[in-house]
Design a protein around this ligand. Structure first.
Ligand code: TYD
Length: 223
């Protein structure tokens, strides 16, 4: 189904800095008069926020990979219905921190669930919504682990169930993202996450501008 709005997703390993970058990009686009909805997964709705607590809190303890996958898609189904589809119908540009590629990278490549299972869930539960553009912020898993450790210490962070995984897990997730990017070069753009926040943001905004120019020639972004 084609909607007048566009869905731009931000993906990458824990600690890659995508939430900071998404907030900057949302602000930049809004300042240019582009109607933006900034949202995130798992979460983005009340139901999704409850699911987020179950799936991310360390206190949830051991969880099967299928439970984890099902919870991610439960949150996503609610998010698509309640937030993403209405925003796209109203011609908004939706910036979403993680989407189905996270399930492919983390539950598929990371946990080893077959990609066919994930594709079947996507097909049944996401109302045909696929990102129009995906920014994959690529960092070394060791750098991501250092950043999330520092963040968790500073904030006595409870959402650390994934961050207890070893480096091999995050290496598999990173390879998964790279495979997705290789297979869908037009949609998924790799951004090197090693630069300063401003450098990385400059790269992201140029990709978003290019994308919007092609999607809406001489229209809302014609500043
Ligand atoms: P997020 O809130 O983006 O945390 P961070 O800023 O640290 O990246 O994501 C929370 C975690 O949820 C992250 O470890 C990735 C995981 N996740 C999945 O495993 N599958 C999914 O489908 C989604 C949406 C997230």
């Amino acid at each position: 189904m084609q909607y007048p709005g566009k869905l731009i997703t931000f993906e990458g390993l824990d600690g890659c800095g995508k939430s900071t970058q998404l907030a900057r990009e949302a602000k930049r686009l809004s300042q240019r008069g582009i109607p933006v909805t900034a949202t995130h997964e798992p979460g983005g709705t009340k139901v999704g926020q409850h699911i987020r607590e179950i799936v991310l809190h360390a206190a949830s303890g051991a969880m099967t990979s299928f439970t984890e996958l099902a919870l991610m898609f439960a949150a996503r189904a609610q998010h698509v219905e309640e937030v993403i589809v209405p925003a796209l119908q109203s011609s908004r540009t939706v910036l979403c921190d993680r989407f189905t590629d996270s399930s492919v990278a983390y539950q598929g490549y990371g946990r080893g669930i077959s990609l066919e299972v994930i594709q079947a869930l996507e097909k049944s539960l996401c109302r045909g919504i696929r990102p129009d553009l995906t920014i994959f912020l690529d960092i070394d898993p060791e750098i991501g682990a250092q950043r999330t450790d520092a963040r968790n210490r500073a904030a006595s962070e409870k959402e650390s169930r994934f961050e207890q995984e070893g480096l091999e897990f995050f290496e598999r997730v990173r390879q998964g993202y790279r495979r997705i990017a290789e297979q869908e070069q037009k949609r998924v753009r790799i951004v090197d996450g090693r630069g300063s926040v401003a450098e990385v943001h400059a790269h992201i905004s140029s990709l978003v501008d290019q994308f919007l120019e092609v999607s809406f020639p001489r229209s809302r972004n014609g500043v």
